[in-house]
Design a protein around this ligand. Sequence first.
Ligand SMILES: [Fe+2]
Length: 209
Amino acid sequence: MAHLIDQLGTKVTLPQLDWEYNALEPYISGKINEIHHQKHHLTYVNGYNAAIEQLLSAKANDDIKKTIETQQNIKFHGGGHINHALFWKSLLPEKQGGGQPPSENSALGKQIKAQYGSIDKLIGITNAKLAGIQGSGWAFIVKNVEAGNIIEVVTTPNQDTVTSPFVPLVAIDAWEHAYYLQYQNVKADYFKAIWHVINWKEAEKRYGN
Ligand SMILES: [Fe+2]
């Protein structure tokens, strides 16, 4: 029997990266990016498609209990997929402008200055929040659209993603698989290094005018 998800054409796929795996060196090794993208991210893509197939089939059979049972996998793998897609867009090789702070004339640059005084202050707060994550999780620099577009830093456990009223601007993966091959137990060094390749141009775009 053909899969319902194929009939509906709603399968998600692994996005291509905008840069080569080794383009973030020395801050993030090519090997980490390769495994992270081809193995870890792909697992979430496949897991999400499988969970949606289960959901469609449960609904087609009017099986409410099975429909409910699919929710956790949808949340975990769906979150894993969109968090990683956002993570890749949050990173830019140094040579292409990665790590360059938002322009002072941009809406984002102005808002950071007004709220935090400097980009370094916002980075320091984000690093403190990253250090505080117990186990696996994410940190996001977000815009809060219900609070006058102020910028906040939020963390989530596991693969939980950020939803309304937050619009994510920058996503940082704090799972061990994101740094262990290169930084082992010293995750603070990974959190320090990653700012050299953060894509603030993308964050400016996401923040809007
Ligand atoms: Fe990851």
